[in-house]
Write a protein that binds this ligand. Structure first.
Ligand SMILES: [Zn+2]
Length: 310
């Protein structure tokens, strides 16, 4: 399989401030891991900037313009208690969203079977009118909306295995029958949303897991809840919010997964996409805050996208 890999050096220049877990070293660790010989077959591409019109499909245009206008000349601009922008943040956010748009274009145009976007800032907490939880623009949502608008896709599924619930993604699409959002996440945990009872218009599937759930419970949640729901939806395109903070070593959560669990879930999603979506999968990096675990887990995920068995 041809797997495309999108990133941009500008994503290293988003500086969240001293001591912040969402730091440039995360992306450096991912890039180093994917520089290994086993990833030589990746089709490496530079992420373009997303256009404002593409971002404004899921965000209020006033929010987008105001956010970009608030990018500071020096120092930091605080957006909420744990979300800040530095001088490089506007460009990074445009490239992070643009990676997703370009990856959707490439996969829909059959230029690659699937794609992974190694970008920051992450996106799944960003609401239509608000930055939140380290996220500025909702990258995966922008990709889903692009697929619907440009290619007439009627059913896009977003699977989010970040340890935190993707409140922003759920809220953006919970009244949109063209998009199905499925999430496994630790609960209770930030941001507090993601209960089983939150079902949107039947297009939202939340499978919360308790602290210390571990890999077996995670896999059961996919086998019993998420994968059957995806089978029923029959997506034409599958997008992944790939956060690796459910790993045992992560300092922000305690779901206690291993890298093999991320390889397993990726293989399952690739299989499902082969059945329903002509194999079309686009994945984008969300969280993951232990550098070693992030590197190992991303390698397992991308290896599975490339068709390597764990
Ligand atoms: Zn997270």
């Amino acid at each position: 399989m041809t797997t495309a890999f999108f990133t941009h050096a500008a994503c290293l220049e988003h500086d969240t401030g001293p001591g912040h877990p969402e730091r440039r070293q995360r992306l450096e660790a991912v890039l180093l891991a994917l520089a290994e010989p086993e990833f030589a077959a990746l089709d490496r591409r530079e992420a373009p900037r997303a256009e404002i019109d593409q971002i404004a499909r899921v965000h209020d245009r006033a929010y987008v313009e105001e956010l970009l206008a608030r990018v500071p000349q020096r120092g930091w601009a605080a957006l909420d208690g744990d979300t800040a922008m530095s001088p490089g943040s506007g460009e990074a956010a445009l490239r992070a969203a643009g990676a997703m748009v370009a990856a959707v274009d490439l996969v829909m145009g059959k230029g690659a079977d699937n794609a992974f976007c190694a970008v920051r800032p992450p996106g799944h907490h960003a609401e239509s009118d608000m930055a939140m939880g380290f996220c500025l623009f909702n990258n995966v949502a922008i990709g889903a909306a692009h697929a619907c608008a440009k290619y007439g896709i009627k059913r896009v599924a977003i699977v989010d295995f970040d340890v935190h619930h993707g409140n922003g993604t759920q809220h953006i699409f919970e009244h949109d029958a063209q998009v199905f959002y499925a999430s496994t996440h630790q609960m209770p945990l930030y941001p507090g949303t993601g209960a089983r009872a939150e079902r949107g218009i039947g297009n939202v599937c939340n499978a919360p897991l308790p602290a210390f759930a571990g890999g077996d419970a995670f896999r059961d949640a996919y086998e019993e809840i998420v994968l059957p729901a995806l089978e029923r939806f029959q997506p034409e395109l599958l997008l992944i919010s790939a956060g690796f903070d459910a790993h045992r070593a992560d300092p922000l959560a305690s779901l206690e997964l291993e890298a093999e669990d991320f390889a397993w879930v990726t293989e399952k999603l690739v299989e499902l996409a082969a059945t329903h979506c002509q194999g079309r999968v686009v994945s984008t990096l969300e969280g993951g805050y232990d550098l070693g675990a992030l590197a190992e887990s991303t390698a397992a995920h991308v290896g599975a996208l490339m068709g390597a068995k764990a």
